[in-house]
Design a protein around this ligand. Structure first.
Ligand SMILES: Cc1ncc(COP(=O)(O)O)c(C=O)c1O
Length: 410
């Protein structure tokens, strides 16, 4: 055998008895079968064996298992981004003629997906106001197959009555899919009966998680997951996932696995800092409203308390218990012009201008809500709006940064 062939046929086998808790990066396109019969007997769906790198390696299977543990699910598939995971649910579970319902304050690319891609395939959509349960009840019709839920709303963080929305969907026999990126498996259990519900209630049918956010935590990986407890949906999701050729690289999966052990601590630390920044912002007269589910005046605060803070009462300006992630919305008084608000964003030093959230670096994005929302309360659309994502910096440094950027407004 020539040296170049020997470098390829090197006889390496993965070590069986290397006892380390760190997950190895198992990369593969080809996975070898011992004989023709085994190759012919392969079962793509059987996660106890390996068939082809696209369909999983020990690294990606381990990540799927951990995500099931995190969210209380039975099955998971991994996708190359959170948005791909949202798309995958629609692709797998819908057919031409079906209708989906989307909250008006949903993650905007989900709305674009419905408006352009799904529409081309004959799948229609309607928006509903998640803060008014009757809006959902009225929108559900004979063609409605799937209702999207997001808790809280993207950007504006209104917290809906999730058990009430689920109850409506379940009474009509329609599927539910939750974007659980904010809750991240930490704030509440999406698949379990909600403790505050008066009567037993099933959780959601499907949960989508942008692993890009808290599970990755580094701001350096893009990945998404779809999880479910339902065997029938899992089969459909997995088959569609395979037919469409979705998969993730083992290096990225390992990065997420490496970050998972610290996720709960990071989530809680960023949550605590965010509440500190929120409390500071509440004292600044330039803001007409500070939106954060743990603030009593933020829309849906009572629903947040029921779901994420065990219904506890707390008279603090920013509620101290429960989980509330690390996003914060700031609505400026209408007297400030859009260019003044852009100037405020430009002057920030620690807060970087950029999309995404839940990484170590705090971020700021100005939004024009008037172009994004059809059903918002009119007051919500008054004045400019900025969303902050709080990172792992010291919150005193963050409020100092906000203070210096605000000072120039006066
Ligand atoms: C609520 C929510 N869902 C899904 C996504 C999509 O995740 P990704 O950036 O991995 O596509 C995002 C991204 O910002 C998000 O905020």
């Amino acid at each position: 055998m020539k040296p170049e062939t020997a470098l390829i046929h090197h006889g390496y086998v993965a070590p069986q008895d290397f006892r380390s808790p760190q997950i190895a990066v198992h990369k593969a396109s080809s996975v070898f079968f011992p004989n023709v019969a085994a190759l012919r007997d392969r079962n793509w769906l059987d996660k106890t064996g390996y068939t082809y790198g696209l369909h999983g390696t020990p690294t990606t299977f381990t990540l799927e298992e951990r995500l099931c543990q995190l969210e209380g699910a039975k099955h998971a598939v991994l996708l190359p981004s959170g948005l791909a995971a949202l798309a995958q649910v629609n692709l797998a579970l819908l057919k031409s003629g079906d209708e989906i319902l989307i909250p008006d304050n949903a993650y905007a690319p989900l709305k674009s997906l419905a408006e352009v891609e799904l529409a081309r395939w004959g799948i229609s959509h309607q928006y509903y106001d998640p803060m008014h349960t009757e809006s959902l009840a009225q929108a559900i019709g004979p063609q409605t197959r799937l209702v999207w839920l997001e808790v809280p709303g993207s950007v504006t963080l209104e917290f809906p009555d999730l058990p009430a929305l689920l109850r409506i969907c379940q009474s009509h026999g329609v599927l539910t899919a939750l974007d659980n990126t904010w809750g991240a498996g930490v704030a509440f259990a999406p698949f379990h009966v909600f403790p505050q519900a008066q009567a037993p209630l099933r959780g959601v049918d499907v949960s989508v998680h942008a692993l890009t956010k808290y599970p990755s935590g580094g701001g350096d990986v893009l990945m998404g997951s779809v999880t479910t407890c339902r065997d029938d949906l899992a089969r459909t999701l997995k088959l569609s996932h395979m037919r469409l050729g979705f998969g993730v690289g083992a290096n990225d999966a390992e990065l997420v696995l490496r970050s998972l052990p610290t996720m709960d601590m990071r989530y809680k630390a960023q949550d605590a800092s965010c509440r500190e920044v929120a409390a500071w912002c509440l004292q600044q007269s330039v803001f007409a409203q500070v939106l954060h589910p743990a603030i009593a005046t933020s829309p849906g605060h009572a629903h947040w308390r029921d779901l994420c803070a065990d219904g506890q009462a707390d008279s603090s300006v920013v509620h101290r218990g429960g989980s509330a992630a690390s996003l914060l919305g700031l609505r400026f008084h209408a007297r400030l012009s859009p260019s003044q608000i852009d100037g405020f964003c430009n002057r920030l030093k620690l807060f970087k201008l950029g999309f995404s959230w839940a990484g170590p670096i705090s971020l700021v994005v100005p939004y024009d809500l008037k172009t994004m929302r059809q059903m918002a309360e009119p007051a919500m659309l008054e004045g400019g709006y900025v969303r902050l994502s709080i990172g792992l910096e010291n919150p005193e440094d963050l409020t100092a940064d906000l203070a210096q950027a605000l000072a120039a407004l006066h």
